[in-house]
Design a protein around this ligand. Structure first.
Ligand code: HEC
Length: 122
């Protein structure tokens, strides 16, 4: 290896060593803040992030899915959310449909409580 190649390689390594952590931190900082939720709703929030967030935007859960409607823009009661999860929603307003039975009933209830409590905050 010539000295020049060696120096260029060294610079590249230093560059990457700085760049990669910087990108990682930046990616973190980019996500929306979301709202703090009471401890009793935390598990519903986690379930929402894992099971619903790919399709739905909800400010309080920091999700930005756009396959289904933005849930902050709907008037949601716990019952309406629960029935959407249990029965699914046929595509009437948007391009797709929501599959029924994504969650077990107890989990669906937790998510419904969470969504009904926080929707519209964003
Ligand atoms: C595969 C994508 C997908 C997933 C996953 C998904 N949804 Fe949906 N959801 C949709 C679509 C699409 C609609 C709208 C259907 C329509 O109105 O045309 C919808 C509609 C809804 C509605 C509105 C129902 C109404 O009464 O208007 C609620 C509430 C809802 N989803 C909640 C949830 C929750 C909570 C979860 C997680 C347990 C979830 N969704 C997971 C795609 C999804």
């Amino acid at each position: 290896m010539s000295k020049k190649t060696f120096v260029i390689f060294g610079l590249l390594v230093v560059f990457l060593a700085v760049l990669i952590p910087w990108l990682a931190f930046r990616a973190d900082g980019d996500s929306p803040e979301g709202a703090d939720v009471p401890a009793s709703l935390e598990s519903g929030k986690t379930l929402f992030q894992d099971n619903c967030g790919n399709c739905h935007t909800l400010y309080a859960a920091e999700t930005d899915g756009n396959f289904g409607p933005d849930l902050d823009e709907l008037e949601l009661t716990e019952g309406r959310v629960f029935s959407a999860i249990e029965n699914g929603v046929d595509g009437t307003t948007t391009q797709g449909r929501m599959p029924p039975g994504i969650l077990s009933a107890p989990q669906a209830k937790e998510v419904s409580e969470f969504v009904a409590a926080v929707a519209g905050e964003g």
